[in-house]
Write a protein that binds this ligand. Structure first.
Ligand SMILES: Cc1ncc(COP(=O)(O)O)c(C=O)c1O
Length: 456
């Protein structure tokens, strides 16, 4: 497996050719899933004692398997939170893999970690957090949120009265599912402010006032959202910060999706108050054009994260030695061995400069505004709410949930677009509606018009 022979050289060239084609393709085929049985019938046994050979395995991947996947950067993939890694960042993802860097400790990964830190400095500067704030790249928003929660909970348990107590957090209905899911991981309770719209200072205050004395004692953190996944709504971050400071609560902002918009001058003011957070999640693999996977967690006081996450072991002691000194990303989040997953972002930022990032994020916001206008002009559809960040919620007049589902499947089956329905509370009920989320700056007005016309 380690021989360098003609076969391995040819394989490398084949892989490079594929990568070149894929990176330069502006409209990759929108694949469609097949069942596991169908895929197995098409590819046969791929893992055998002798191996099927690289050429055969790669051919099966190109002919069958890749076609059963959706390219997340397709310009008409407007479902969930899509992505659109820059060509430079994809190229550097290859370089990152080829370089075999262990990104946990400075002693082994210094050069790569240095690059990550350069990119992180820019991210931190977008937040406006005070001097001393810093962060690390994680596998995504879920891991970033979990790392922040562990830090908050450990900080709270410094008070001997809280040792052994089950923690409690408050967030809103609009918060991402990972908040509730990660609360399970740390065995904390979550109470929800009953709104999927903007969580205000008053909403939060009311919730805290409604707690029993026992619950109030267990409350250690509030999670606000800087761009909800469903609708792009930003909570009243300044108002929430005020309450958290007055009540001595950890203030976490989940800006996994919306955080990219901190770079956009047109909407930066909506995040006012984020600079008062104790921790912030931002996912470069969402709106900062990095390949999967790349999230980030930023702390106002990284020492608190270090106290919570730094691992001990006789085999790790060398990393604490003065001779091995430097920034150790493993000390600040849940993972030990890690890819230097901030490297692709660093390279792309270094190559293109931050202005191009700003304009690419602005493009997503403009596309959402444009879609809003096109929806207003089209008699078949109507906005459910004004576009927020790069999300647009709208209804096709007269459609049932089945109509939305059939429309989604038809567009996907035909390789035309992936746009999925969502739900939004209207009156006392949850209505099924359509949703766009724009990330790819290459999506055009024609794409949006064609998708709207597919609802005729
Ligand atoms: C606001 C928010 N937080 C967290 C997440 C989870 O991020 P990941 O899927 O990278 O773990 C998402 C994903 O869409 C999100 O939108």
């Amino acid at each position: 497996m380690y021989d360098i022979d003609m076969e391995s050289v040819e394989m490398t060239l084949d892989v490079m050719k594929y990568v070149l084609n894929r990176i330069t393709s502006v409209s990759p085929e929108l694949g469609h899933p097949k069942s596991e049985e169908e895929l197995r019938a098409l590819v046969g046994e791929t893992i055998t004692e002798e191996g099927i050979g690289g050429e055969r395995a790669f051919q099966l991947f190109k002919d069958v398997l890749i076609k059963a996947t959706v390219p997340i950067d397709h310009p008409r993939h407007l479902a969930f939170v899509p992505a659109s890694p820059t060509r430079a960042s994809i190229m550097f993802d290859l370089v990152t893999s080829a370089s075999s860097i262990h990104g946990a400790y400075w002693m082994e990964g210094a050069g790569g970690i240095f690059c990550e830190m350069e990119a992180m400095k820019w991210l931190v500067s977008l937040t406006g957090l005070p001097q001393g704030a810093f962060g690390v790249f994680t596998s995504g928003g879920t891991a970033a949120n979990l790392s922040a929660m562990v830090t908050a909970r450990e900080n709270w348990r410094k008070n001997p009265e809280n040792i052994g107590q089950k923690g409690l957090m408050i967030t809103s209905v609009g918060a991402h599912s990972s908040i509730k899911s990660m609360a399970k991981v740390i065995d904390a309770d979550v109470l929800l402010v009953e709104t999927e719209d903007r969580m205000s200072q008053e909403d939060l205050k009311e919730k805290i006032d409604s707690l029993s004395p026992e619950q109030r004692k267990r409350l250690f953190a509030v999670v606000a959202t800087g761009g909800t996944t469903n609708a792009g709504i930003i909570d009243d971050l300044d108002g929430v910060a005020g309450i958290c400071e007055a009540e001595n609560l950890w203030f976490h902002v989940d800006a996994a999706y919306g955080g990219g918009a901190l770079a956009a001058d047109s909407v930066r003011h909506l995040f006012h108050g984020i600079e008062r957070a104790d921790s912030i999640t931002i996912d470069p693999h969402k709106w900062l054009f990095s390949p999967y996977d790349c999230g980030a967690i930023i702390y106002k006081n990284p020492e608190l994260a270090k106290e919570a996450h730094s691992q001990e072991g006789s085999y790790l002691e060398i990393f604490k030695d003065p001779g091995a000194h430097g920034f150790n990303p493993s000390d600040y989040q849940i993972q030990l061995t890690r890819r230097v997953r901030g490297l692709p972002l660093w390279f792309s930022l270094a190559m293109h400069g931050t202005d191009k990032y700003k304009s690419s994020v602005e493009q997503g916001i403009s596309l959402a505004q444009l879609a809003g206008e096109l929806i207003k002009e089209n008699p078949n559809v109507e906005l459910v709410r004004e576009p927020s960040l790069s999300c647009v919620l709208f209804r096709r007049k007269g459609w049932t949930p089945d109509d939305y589902r059939n429309w989604t499947y038809k567009n996907h089956r035909e390789g035309f677009a992936l746009v999925t329905p969502t739900k939004w509370r209207t009156a006392d009920d949850f209505e099924t509606i359509a949703r766009f989320c724009f990330i790819n700056p290459d999506t055009t007005k024609e794409d949006v018009l064609a998708i709207l016309n597919s609802m005729d």
